[in-house]
Write a protein that binds this ligand. Sequence first.
Ligand SMILES: [Zn+2]
Length: 355
Amino acid sequence: MMGASSVPLLDDRNSAESKLRQGITTLSAGEGHSMAPQNERTSSRGERAGKPRWRTFAEYFQLLESHGMAMNAIHNVGAAQVRLAVIGDKDQAPTPAQMAEMNRLVAQAMEDGAVGLSTALIYPPGTYAKTEELVEMAKVVGRYGGVYMSHMRNESSQVLDAIRETIHIGEAAGIPSHVFHLKAAGEENWPLIKDAIELIRKSRERGLDVTADIYPYIRNGIGLGSFLHPRHYADGTPVFLKTLSDPAVRARLRSEVETTSDWENWYRHVGKDWGNVLVASVGPPLSQSYEGKSIAEIAKMRGQDDWTAFFDLAQTGVVNVNPKSMDEEQKAPGAARRMGERMHGFGAAEHPHRH
Ligand SMILES: [Zn+2]
């Protein structure tokens, strides 16, 4: 459901092969960002700075079709994309004029063939949007029979509030709402998955069309540096990583990781066990023999204690890890069954969209 981008299909139609070989024939694209709308503001970000290759979904779909599509694609218009196009990436509320322009862009996207509004409220600049701003845009989508899909504001200790917000947005706009990869990340939060499913089941009983999809795995993927509080990176990653040579800095950071929880503390999420943090990939100068091993195992290989190994590896800035942040219960088919009825599919016969 959260296929993010269809631009690879545009740039290289053979890129569809990886999905087709898994039996996936329809890509659902659009999250916080989406393929359109584009303008000078949005295209000044990323590698294709300057003049956008397209501005509207109509132009984008024409490009896609002219290249020949190897699989089906449906597109959401991303709330953060619309925000970027009108406000930029600043943390500020839209003025009434800006809100009207945002709604106009959403309406145009729907006229062009988008299937709904999608969000990624866990990342900036999507996170700057207040609930009411999203309700406004969801109402526009509702006029076209669209849906609301969300990478929610929180997926750990505040996950229940995040689900309530998602349901509220759909209900206020009178449209179906969908939770992207429902989970309760972090060992302390695993029990919340039952309440989360219950919340969705109850809203369905009230007659609301609320659905969710789940991860097919129990580990997420992040850089090892994410195990330290993000605020330390405010002056840039290289500046911060240099300070990790100082034993006093390491001691302070370790204490912060071990004793605080008012942030996405992955060490707590894995049950304070470096054995639960698998190294997925390393870059030079580290040995590839570390890949597939836990931080605890690597510490043994290096003859170090876990924390010294962690800091040494984190300092290189080239280590990606898969923390065991979820449990089997969350991906079991039973979890989906408990939600109630069979999930319904979007973009099916009742909503024939262009892609
Ligand atoms: Zn997520």
